[in-house]
Structure formats: structure tokens, C-alpha cells
Design a protein around this ligand. Structure first.
Ligand SMILES: Nc1ncnc2c1ncn2[C@@H]1O[C@H](COP(=O)(O)OP(=O)(O)OP(=O)(O)O)[C@@H](O)[C@H]1O
Length: 274
């Protein structure tokens, strides 16, 4: 993990959210959430089930409009832009539930991740064999690089639905990385994985940051992973941030213990017997 340079001036956040609100009917899923993610960070967004993590990410990426508040990407106000417009600004994401194209090969699924870089034009179509083929080669190059990086060579031609869940999650991460994002949002990339698969994905996430310079926001329930790889975390509970900062101390905050375990268990945890 990177040691923060105390002498460095405070950097501008890559992503900055202020006062984000979002409701579903009578349910206030987000109640004025502030989050800053800085360049080169692995930032954990954690919290109990239903606390608002995915909703927050959906607002950040334009999938849900915010009812109040602002999202800024490298200083630019991107609040309520369409998902493709936000993706076009270098943001990629994976989804909580796998969103791969069944029946297509691993390679073709990964190639789909290049779509934000594909710019069809009448002229390119006219000179297909010169321009389009050259562009196709460039896309193939980055796809091959990511297949190597994610160690997917052996299964590249397999239909994606026949490979184990752990590998499907890896393909999803590869598809996000071929977009060459500067900011990557991962929604529970380790859900349903065994310990070995979790360790693999944790390694790839660290390498994506360290070797490819990607800033990462990670939604994750496995606290061992969060404390091992995140630089900072924010903890959501009922649509509000209840703790933020260095992972171990944020997770040990009594408000967080209470949110996860409930009032009585939190008091026991704190050694209060009455
Ligand atoms: N499309 C929707 N329609 C109605 N309610 C929704 C919708 N999406 C989320 N919610 C509700 O908003 C609240 C926050 O949900 P969200 O999925 O953001 O939580 P989460 O922290 O990501 O949960 P989990 O860890 O279980 O994925 C929950 O009460 C959920 O039921």
C-alpha cells in the first residue's frame, strides 16, 4: 500500500460527490452522501446489505439520476450525465450480478469492453480495409495485453457460461480494464468466491492500480480484503456515511460495529454488560 506523502499539497479528487440524495418511493436510499476518491487510491465503499452502496455507484455512473447533490469527475460536473457519457470520460465498472454475454467466448466478451473506443464513421466504412482493420488491430492489441495481465490465456476461446464463477468475475474485470479506464468501480468482485479466488482478484486489483495507474472504488463485503487492499474506506448505513478513513479504524468505529451487529451485540463487543 502507498504511504501518504504528508508534505504533498492536497490533491484534487478524481471523483467527488457532495450531498447525493436518491429515493425509491418513500424510501430514502441516500441521504446527502459526500465521498472523495483521490488519484491512485483503492477506496472501499462498505456497509450492511441495503445501506445504499450500489445506489451510490449507480448515481456516480449515471445509471440513476441524483435527486440532489453533485458528482464531479476531475473537477467537471458530471451529475446526471448518461452512463455512456460518463464511461467516455474514463470510468468503467463491473456489476454486482454478472453481466456477461452468455454464448459468447471469453475473448469476445472482453472485446465488448472496447466499445467506448470504437468510432465508426462513414469514411472508415468506405476505406474499411485500411482504417477499420487498423483500428481492429489496435483493439486486439489491448485486449491481448489484458488477457495476459488477467491470466486468461487458457480459457480465451471458451464460451463464458461454461467457466467457473470465479473466472467469470475475472473476465468481467478484464472487460472493464480493456476500456483503459482511469477510474474503475468494482461492485462486489469477490461475491461467491473461495479464499484462493479472492486472493487472486485482490492481487489483480492491486496490480491494476500499481501497474496500470487505475484509481479504484471497491464495494466489498469481505472485510479481510477491505483492510488488506484499501487505502481508505467510507461506511454507509441507511443511506448515510457513518465512518470514513483508514480501513481498520473506520471498521472498528462503534457506530459501524452497531450498524453491522445491532445495538446489543455492539455493547457486548465494547465490553458493556448492562
Ligand atoms: N431500483 C430500486 N427500486 C426500489 N428500491 C431500491 C432499488 N434499488 C435499491 N433499492 C433500495 O434502496 C436501498 C439501498 O439499496 P442498495 O442496493 O443501494 O444497497 P447496497 O448497500 O448496495 O446493498 P447490498 O450490499 O445488499 O448490495 C435498499 O433498501 C434497496 O431495497
Amino acid at each position: 500500500m502507498r504511504a501518504p506523502d504528508a508534505s504533498a499539497p492536497p490533491a484534487e479528487p478524481v471523483l467527488s460527490c457532495r450531498g447525493i440524495e436518491r429515493s425509491f418511493g418513500g424510501l430514502k436510499a441516500l441521504k446527502g452522501v459526500d465521498v472523495d476518491v483521490f488519484k491512485g487510491e483503492i477506496f472501499g465503499l462498505v456497509g450492511p446489505n441495503g445501506s445504499g452502496k450500489t445506489t451510490m455507484v449507480n448515481v456516480m455512473t449515471g445509471f440513476y439520476p441524483a435527486e440532489a447533490g453533485h458528482v464531479r469527475l476531475l473537477g467537471e460536473d458530471v451529475t446526471n450525465l448518461a452512463p455512456h457519457a460518463i464511461a467516455g470520460r474514463g470510468v468503467a465498472r463491473t456489476f454486482q450480478n454478472l453481466a456477461l454475454f452468455k454464448g459468447m467466448s471469453v475473448l469476445d466478451n472482453i472485446l465488448v469492453g472496447r466499445h467506448t473506443h470504437m468510432k465508426p464513421s462513414a469514411l472508415a466504412t468506405l476505406f474499411y480495409w485500411v482504417w477499420a482493420q487498423r483500428e481492429e488491430l489496435a483493439h486486439r492489441r489491448i485486449v491481448e495485453e489484458i488477457i495476459d495481465f488477467m491470466q486468461l490465456q487458457d480459457i480465451r476461446d471458451e464460451p463464458v457460461d461454461v467457466i467457473p464463477m470465479g473466472l467469470q468475475k475475472r473476465v468481467e474485470l478484464a472487460r472493464a480494464l480493456v476500456a483503459e479506464p482511469s477510474f474503475l468501480i468494482l461492485d462486489e468482485p469477490m461475491a461467491g468466491m473461495n479464499q484462493e479466488e479472492k486472493e487472486y482478484i485482490a492481487r489483480f486489483i492491486l496490480d491494476a492500480r500499481d501497474e496500470r495507474g487505475v484509481t479504484i472504488l471497491l464495494i466489498e463485503h469481505h472485510m479481510d480484503v477491505v483492510t488488506a487492499i484499501c487505502d481508505r474506506v467510507a461506511v454507509l448505513s441507511y443511506g448515510e456515511i457513518i465512518a470514513q478513513g483508514e480501513p481498520r479504524s473506520a471498521i472498528a468505529d462503534p457506530k459501524v460495529v452497531k450498524a453491522y451487529l445491532g445495538e446489543r451485540a455492539a455493547r457486548r463487543h465494547a465490553g458493556v454488560t448492562a
